[in-house]
Design a protein around this ligand. Structure first.
Ligand code: SAM
Length: 312
């Protein structure tokens, strides 16, 4: 298939979503529908899957991959999972058995040169998942102040040379606007000292990730989206989150732990008086990492961490 996306931690997702024939499952990050396809095989013929993606190209690829299933058992919606309540209400749903978030971008996006996500292809600096949004990578790179650029690259890219990269970006754009991925790659390469450039994968990888996260506002929407998802779950329903970045995983962990908190009373109080009712049971005490074989076969899996929780 032309734009195939290999689903990450597939067996673990299916194990923790606990879906069976008749389950209603929301895939908040449909992508190339790798997970969705396997979920549909488990929940058919009586189940129902709603797949959401902000990206039209992902929805097109998903439609091709899911063509063998009856249209009665799935719907695909263009939207952002930050609007989960509105999307699920609009779909006429009341409660669901499973919600999956497989965060970040898919191969469907990376492999299309013209989308500007990849440092491997020369293309306009775009990186929007939803191409109807206004903010592009070019705008960030050409208009954000040096301190803000440095913060984004350091925080979202975990890039040690963020300060130097931001400084060279600002210097380069004084001559003329930075228009393409390869122009940005050259600036990043110039900013990173040669010995550091030879370690840790492609030198532009971390900066591209950082700018993509900023373009799509990927982090700030997570907490409320996870909380919304939990509210939609039926008792025993499962939330499964795969993150690829420590900041994403931190939000998943903290929301799950917060909603699983049993009591906020001081430890010396003999009887609980806070009346707190936990909403979740933590299923994965430690985040699940892919097996070495999966990481070797699929480099995208390397940074993946899965967390799951069950609605009480
Ligand atoms: C890692 S891919 C998912 C791959 C998918 N699980 C599969 O097996 O093919 C993430 C997808 O989520 C989408 N996405 C990321 N953030 C989103 C958001 N806030 N709302 C809707 N879709 C989002 C991206 O466009 C991308 O297609």
């Amino acid at each position: 298939m032309e734009y195939y996306h290999e689903p990450v931690l597939l067996a673990e997702v299916l194990q923790h979503l606990h879906c069976t024939n008749g389950s209603t499952v929301i895939d908040c990050t449909l992508g190339g529908a790798g997970h969705a396809e396997a979920i549909l095989d488990l929940i058919k013929p009586e189940g129902y899957l709603l797949g959401i993606d902000a990206d039209d190209a992902a929805l097109d690829a998903a439609r091709v991959r899911l063509a063998r299933f009856s249209q009665q058992i799935f719907s695909l919606v263009k939207g952002n999972f930050r609007d989960l309540d509105r999307i699920l209400t609009g779909a006429g749903l009341h409660a669901v058995d499973g919600v999956l978030f497989d965060l970040g971008v898919s191969s469907v996006q990376f492999d299309r040169a013209e989308r500007g996500f990849s440092y491997r292809f020369d293309a306009p600096l775009d990186m929007r998942m939803d191409q109807t949004e206004d903010l592009t990578a070019a705008e960030i790179v050409n208009t954000y102040g040096e301190a803000e650029l440095s913060r984004i690259i350091k925080e979202y890219g975990e890039e040690r040379w963020a300060h130097r990269i931001a400084s060279l970006i600002v210097k380069a754009r004084r001559k003329r606007p930075i228009g393409t991925t390869f122009e940005l790659v050259d600036i990043i390469k110039d900013a990173i000292p040669a010995p550091a450039r030879r370690k840790g994968g492609h030198p532009a990888k971390r900066t591209f990730q950082a700018i993509r996260i900023a373009v799509n506002d990927e982090l700030s929407i997570l907490e409320h989206s996870f909380r919304d998802a939990v509210r939609w779950l039926r008792p025993q329903g499962r939330l499964v989150v795969i993150s690829y970045h420590s900041l994403e995983d931190k939000v998943a962990k903290s929301v799950i732990n917060d909603l699983a908190t049993v009591c906020l009373c001081p430890p010396d109080l003999p009887v609980c008086s806070c009346g707190l009712k936990p909403q979740l049971r933590v299923v994965t005490r430690k985040a699940i990492r892919p097996e070495p074989k999966e990481m070797a076969d699929n480099p995208r899996a390397e940074s993946a961490r899965l967390r799951a929780a069950e609605k009480l």
